[in-house]
Design a protein around this ligand. Structure first.
Ligand SMILES: C[S@@+](CC[C@H](N)C(=O)[O-])C[C@H]1O[C@@H](n2cnc3c(N)ncnc32)[C@H](O)[C@@H]1O
Length: 460
């Protein structure tokens, strides 16, 4: 069986990391290198590979402790990929051959442990050497792996901080796009925020102060609760099973609130799953129709609403072909995007996506916003949002839409409308957050996801 294609866990005797059970820790490192290869070389998102039901067979063959170690290694290796690459290459007399993928991944997996994780250097180095020896593609490089990693471990105290201070940890294409949009200083601040693991933000049905105390968190200016350090897994936390709150980044909680007073109104949530914003709309008293093209994601939305003891009408449909029996009073379009605003949670995004992907997703969203405008009654409000940092999916897309649509008008968001939102509003009344923003305004508070939101009305 080709382990990268099969869906079942490899048997104990099969080729693959399970065969290395005798060397403690080796299976986890081999899995980490294999998954890093799949992310970087095959541009496969990490979430799917580390899914506990449908993940990569190597990952599914590990126990819970090793799975969590593999996730820690991978998110670290991706978050600091450029820093790690530079510290490795300064130890190599000449660059590794471009086809030396396996060797490069073994080195990155070990370097992530040596530089950033609480793992003894000797264990990280020895396991990398054993791994290199065990693979015919890398056997002859075992001495190089040993020398490079031991040298890195010896010098990290002197070398790491200066390297971090002078390195932008993102691929060139992404740095170029951010710089064009935000300028050099803000880009540096955004990329620095991407190095820090995101906290868990939750939106509460009521009484944020009480839930902040119970969950060991703080109340954010936007009214949600931020938990910097989880005391247990999310489902085990107080109030989760009782449906008192749901996980939602502080920025993700803003767009739905731009619909204003929607009590008793018929509201469409056009790309609804897994339902963070649907939940807000239902709690605001609207009759919500939640539309999504994905059956699986819609079923997650159903489960989330059931836990929260809330109801919405769910429709599985492609928005681009959707024809409702009647138009809606208000519409929310939280469109599928490049997700570059969520890199703190998904550090693989800039390594698996490209500028071409962003342009493709921008084109799709440009079609979707036109459909959204047609689904609202004349005079009704529409909010368009996404979690991209790229203006081609946000500000530029919206400006082009307004310019090409004589039957709609900008409905600017205004200061004081939504608690905690004012500092994220542009002069034009558009919402823009980046992971650096909350941090800059409130030192000591970590950032929030990158989001764009704009509101318009269909002319009566
Ligand atoms: C950014 S996510 C939505 C997140 C959601 N609004 C929330 O707050 O939890 C985008 C969603 O759009 C859905 N989607 C993508 N293309 C679609 C289409 N053509 N029609 C309807 N839904 C679509 C995806 O399945 C995905 O669930």
């Amino acid at each position: 069986m080709n382990p990268s294609q099969g869906r079942r866990a490899p048997s104990r005797s099969a080729e693959g990391p399970a065969a290395d059970d005798k060397v403690p820790g080796l299976a986890a490192r081999k899995t980490a290198a294999k998954l890093l290869a799949t992310v970087i070389d095959a541009r496969t998102p990490l979430d799917g590979l580390t899914d506990n039901d449908n993940g990569h067979p190597y990952y599914l063959a590990l126990d819970a402790r090793d799975r969590s170690l593999v996730r820690a290694i991978l998110t670290t290796a991706l978050r600091f990929r450029v820093t790690i690459g530079k510290l490795l290459s300064r130890r190599l007399e000449r660059p590794l051959p471009p086809n030396a993928h396996t060797l490069t991944h073994i080195l990155h997996v070990a370097a992530a442990q040596i530089l950033f994780l609480d793992i003894p250097d000797s264990a990280a180095v020895d396991l990398a050497v054993t791994h290199a020896k065990s693979d015919p593609r890398t056997t002859r490089f075992a001495a190089l792996v040993n020398g490079v990693l031991r040298s890195m471990a010896r010098s990290k105290d002197a070398e790491l901080e200066p390297m971090l201070a002078t390195t932008l940890d993102a691929p060139d294409w992404f740095v170029a796009r951010l710089t064009a949009a935000y300028g050099a200083d803000r880009t540096t601040a955004i990329l620095a925020a991407h190095r820090i693991e995101a906290p868990v933000d939750v939106s509460v049905k009521s009484n944020p102060q009480l839930w902040a105390e119970r969950l060991g968190g703080m109340v954010l200016p936007t009214g949600g609760v931020r938990i910097e350090r989880l005391a247990a897994s999310v489902p085990e936390l107080p109030g989760f099973a009782d449906g008192e709150w749901w996980v939602q980044d502080a920025a993700a909680g803003l767009p739905a609130r731009l619909l204003g007073d929607i009590a008793g109104k018929n509201v469409a949530d056009l790309c609804a799953a897994p339902g963070g914003k649907t939940t807000q709309l239902v709690l605001a008293g609207a009759n919500v129709t939640a539309i999504d093209t994905s059956k699986n994601r819609l079923s997650r939305l159903g489960q989330n609403l059931a836990r929260l003891n809330l109801q919405a009408q769910m429709v599985q449909a492609d928005l681009l072909a959707y024809e409702p029996p009647e138009l809606f009073d208000a519409v929310l379009l939280d469109a599928p995007c490049s997700s570059t605003g969520t890199i703190r949670r998904h550090p693989d995004v800039p390594w698996t996506k490209s500028a071409a992907d962003i342009e493709k997703l921008a084109a799709l969203q440009a079609r979707m916003i036109v459909v959204a405008a047609r689904l609202v009654k004349p005079g009704g409000r529409v909010v368009f949002s996404n979690c991209s940092l790229d203006p081609s999916e946000g500000e530029a897309l919206f400006a082009a839409f307004l310019a090409a649509s004589p039957d709609v008008v900008l409905d600017p968001a205004v200061a004081g409308e939504v608690p905690g939102m004012d500092s994220f509003l542009s002069k034009q009344g558009l919402l823009r957050t980046t992971p650096a923003d909350l941090q800059l305004a409130n030192p000591g508070v970590s950032g929030l996801d990158g989001f764009f939101a704009a509101r318009f009305r269909r002319l009566p």
